[in-house]
Ligand binder design. Structure first.
Ligand SMILES: Cc1cc2nc3c(=O)[nH]c(=O)nc-3n(C[C@H](O)[C@H](O)[C@H](O)COP(=O)(O)OP(=O)(O)OC[C@H]3O[C@@H](n4cnc5c(N)ncnc54)[C@H](O)[C@@H]3O)c2cc1C
Length: 413
């Protein structure tokens, strides 16, 4: 049994902490935030590997995990279907996964209000100091402390998030608020709408209290829109009182003026079904889209995982699945090689190139989106894409492509 510290109590950290605890290790998780993280997340696309990681974390996976869809549809600006594709998927929500993982992990090991400020290591031990002055030592440290990882800032300060040039408006709308037209033509599907250089997508998720009964669910949407870094992004990250939030605006602070402008644009360029969803969503929020690409994820007794290691733009729909995968691989090598730098080294060897491929695929999908719209009319530099390719490539299971090193088509290299 080894002492292991996990930094970050979101989904990645909870995967690692649960799996390593079940292996018999003495795991302590340090989370910066105080109180529940719930209420800020929205929909998550599931893949088989996510279910595997949940099982390995000791969680029963059954039909209550999420809402099933059987089809994808792309809507034109007039609301008519531009194309359809059969695809079975289960869509869950960030809060559903958070509760499953958090409730499975002993409270006394999940320490909150622990803002890690510094990390040091020697031949036998890794130590962290938190803002409140507390210190913790362990044999290994697993950092899943997100896109602006404090641990990464110590071990690899050169790795920085890079803005992708667009933002995503997000939110969830109650099923019971929607018209029959939108329910019949969109609600039950993984849907898309492709204005030039933009992309709207959405799918049904459970409603309040994880209620998956028809009539009680919600529609989760993500609308990608370009925003120049110096000008538009700064405005969007500034609240109605003029306060600027450079690393992300809290959902409740998003300016009502920006929400009004976004809804106006929705009426002008999106299918009416999506415009209705945006009108009837109580608190739409936004986030800037970034890439994080690491050249190294293991530093002696410290391993980076989850968003601290790599962030692929959400088009790949696998941020959480990737974190679950990484947690399983870390645990596998610790089981084989003990709680040693060699075990983390083996994790790095197995996952570095895969993480880089995920980022590359996400960039490839994003570039196509930025280059053109639904009918290929803004074809530039031979980037050619239409509703069928968007439906076939977005948020699908790419485990086979990753294993073959083909996450990005050869023609794009
Ligand atoms: C509130 C929230 C909502 C999200 N909603 C969605 C969603 O709807 N859809 C989706 O696909 N993805 C969502 N994500 C991202 C998704 O959870 C991640 O892609 C996935 O969990 C893997 O990232 P991670 O757990 O490694 O990092 P993150 O999820 O970013 O979590 C990092 C954690 O580390 C903590 N932390 C940061 N710095 C420190 C520090 N110095 N000391 C201690 N702790 C620290 C943070 O408070 C946070 O809890 C959300 C993330 C968060 C935090």
């Amino acid at each position: 049994m080894a002492k292991i510290l996990v930094i970050g109590g979101s989904l990645g950290g909870l995967f690692a902490a649960n799996i390593l605890l079940r292996q018999g290790h003495d795991v302590t998780l340090l989370e910066k935030a105080v109180g529940s993280l719930d209420g800020r997340g929205a929909g998550i696309v599931t893949h088989d590997a996510l279910a595997d990681a949940l099982r390995e974390a000791g969680i029963t996976v059954d039909e209550t995990l999420g809402v099933s869809v059987t089809k994808r549809v792309t809507l034109g600006a007039d609301g008519a279907s531009l194309g359809e594709m059969p695809l079975n998927q289960v869509l869950t929500s960030w809060s559903r996964l958070y509760h499953l993982l958090k409730e499975n992990f002993p409270k006394e090991r999940y320490l909150q209000g622990k803002n890690v400020k510094s990390v040091t290591q020697d031949a036998n031990t890794v130590s962290v100091t938190c803002e409140d002055g507390s210190n913790y030592q362990a044999e290994l440290l697993i950092a899943s402390d997100g896109i602006r990882s404090a641990v990464r800032a110590h071990v690899a300060p050169e790795i920085q998030p890079e803005y992708a040039g667009y933002i995503a408006w997000r939110g969830v709308c109650d099923e019971s608020h929607l018209s029959k037209y939108t329910l019949d033509t969109l609600f039950n599907y993984f849907g898309f709408c492709l204005p030039n250089g933009e992309q709207m997508l959405g799918y049904p998720v459970a409603g309040s209290g994880n209620d998956t009964r028809p009539g009680h669910r919600r529609y989760n949407f993500v609308w990608y829109r370009p925003a120049s870094e110096e000008d538009e992004l700064v405005k969007l990250l500034t609240d109605a009182d003029g306060q600027y939030y450079p690393t992300g605006i809290p959902p409740l602070k998003v300016s009502w003026k920006h929400i009004a402008e976004m809804r106006k644009a929705a009426r002008e360029i999106l299918a009416p079904q999506y415009a209705e969803i945006l009108e009837k969503t109580g608190l739409p929020f936004l986030q800037a889209i970034y890439d994080v690409r690491s050249e190294q994820i293991v530093f002696g007794r410290i391993a980076l995982m989850g968003d601290a290691a790599f962030v692929g733009r959400p088009h790949v729909g696998m941020g959480v699945t990737k974190a679950g995968d990484e947690a399983m691989v870390i645990a596998k090598h610790i089981a084989a090689l003990g709680p040693t730098p060699a075990a983390l080294e083996a994790y790095g060897k197995e996952r570095l190139a895969l993480g880089q491929q995920v980022v590359a695929r996400a960039q490839y999908l994003g570039r196509y989106m930025q280059a053109q719209g639904s009918k290929g009319e803004r074809d530039s530099n031979s980037l050619k894409r239409n509703a069928d390719t968007v439906m076939a490539e977005t948020a699908i299971d790419i485990s086979t492509l990753l294993a073959e090193g083909k996450a990005v088509p050869d023609s794009v290299h």
